[in-house]
Design a protein around this ligand. Structure first.
Ligand code: URA
Length: 275
C-alpha cells in the first residue's frame, strides 16, 4: 500500500497539456529507482515504522516556456523572452538579452541581411540588456565596421543591416558555459528569431552557436573542432550559415583574427554571389 505526495498523474497530464514542465526535487528520487512518473510514493508501512517528524514537503518549481513560440510575431516573441522562466537562469538574471540591431516595425521583425549569433550574455550584457557590450563586443563592432555593418542595424554603404543575438537570452552565472538543458529550453527563441528575420547570412560565432544551429544537419558537430568546421557554407532553415571563432576567443588568440576575416570574406562573397 502506498501514500501519494505532490502532483498526481492527472495534474501532471494537465500541466503537460498546458505546456508546463514540472521539475521537482522528487525527480532525483525517480532517477534513483523510485516510481518514474514524478509521483513520489512512500510505503505506508515504512512511514508508520518511523513515527518521526513529517517529511519536509518542498514546493515544486515550475519551469515553463510559453506555448506557440513558433507562431509568434516579433513583439510577442520579445515579450515572451522578457518573462521567460523556462530554466533556472531566470532566477539569477538581471535582464533578458533578446538582441540588438535594426529597429522592428510594429510587430514585424527588423529587415536585416545579417544575423550574428553568439553564445550567451555576460555580466555587462546582463546589466544592460544588450548583447556584446564588453571587450568582445568592441571587437565585434570593429568586425562589423569592416563589413560596413553596425549594431544599430544601419546600412552603412553596401553592408546591409545586421541583428546580433545569442543562443542563450540569459546570463549563466559566473560566465560559465551554457548547460545543455538551458540551450534546449532557449533554442526555440533563436529558431523563431531566425524564421522571422530571414537573414541572407547567419554568422555563427563560437562553438555554442555553431552546435545550436548545425546540430541537426552536420554529423559530429558537437565533437568536431571549430577550426575544422570553418571554410564552408552550411544551411539552417534553408539559410546560409558561416562558422567563425567567437570574438572572446580571438581576444585571447590574436593571430586568429586573420581567420575570422577570411570567414567574413567567405560570408560576404556568398551573399554577393546569391544576389
Ligand atoms: N559573449 C557572447 O557570446 N555574447 C554576448 O552577448 C557577450 C559576450
Amino acid at each position: 500500500m502506498t501514500d501519494t505526495l505532490h502532483l498526481d498523474k492527472r495534474q501532471r497530464a494537465m500541466l503537460a497539456e498546458m505546456g508546463v514542465h514540472v521539475w521537482s526535487p522528487m525527480s532525483e528520487a525517480a532517477v534513483m529507482g523510485a516510481p518514474v512518473d514524478g509521483v513520489m510514493q512512500v510505503h505506508a508501512e515504512q512511514a508508520r515504522a518511523v513515527p518521526a517528524a513529517p517529511p519536509a514537503v518542498q514546493a515544486p518549481i515550475l519551469m515553463q516556456r510559453s506555448e506557440g513560440v513558433d507562431q509568434m510575431d516579433w513583439s510577442a516573441l520579445h515579450t515572451t523572452v522578457s518573462a521567460c522562466q523556462a530554466c533556472a537562469l531566470c532566477g539569477s538574471r538581471k535582464n533578458t538579452v533578446f538582441g540588438v540591431g535594426a529597429p522592428a516595425h510594429a510587430d514585424q521583425a527588423p529587415r536585416v541581411d545579417w544575423l550574428i549569433v553568439g553564445e550567451a550574455p555576460g555580466e555587462n550584457e546582463d546589466l544592460q540588456g544588450e548583447p556584446f557590450v564588453g571587450q568582445a563586443g568592441k571587437l565585434l563592432d570593429n568586425m562589423l565596421g569592416a563589413m560596413k555593418l553596425s549594431r544599430t542595424g544601419e546600412r552603412t554603404g553596401e553592408g546591409g543591416g545586421a541583428y546580433i543575438t545569442n543562443v542563450l537570452k540569459c546570463r549563466p552565472p559566473g560566465n560559465r558555459n551554457p548547460k545543455p538543458e538551458e540551450v534546449a529550453q532557449c533554442l526555440p527563441y533563436l529558431e523563431r528569431q531566425v524564421a522571422l528575420l530571414k537573414p541572407k547570412m547567419i554568422l555563427a560565432m563560437g562553438r555554442f552557436a555553431v552546435q545550436a544551429l548545425l546540430h541537426d544537419t552536420v554529423p559530429d558537430v558537437d565533437t568536431t573542432p571549430l577550426g575544422k568546421l570553418r571554410g564552408r557554407v552550411y544551411q539552417y532553415q534553408n539559410l546560409p550559415v558561416v562558422v567563425t571563432y567567437h570574438p572572446a576567443y580571438v581576444l585571447r588568440n590574436l593571430p586568429e583574427k586573420a581567420k575570422v576575416w577570411a570567414d567574413l570574406c567567405l560570408a560576404m562573397a556568398h551573399i554577393q554571389g546569391a544576389e
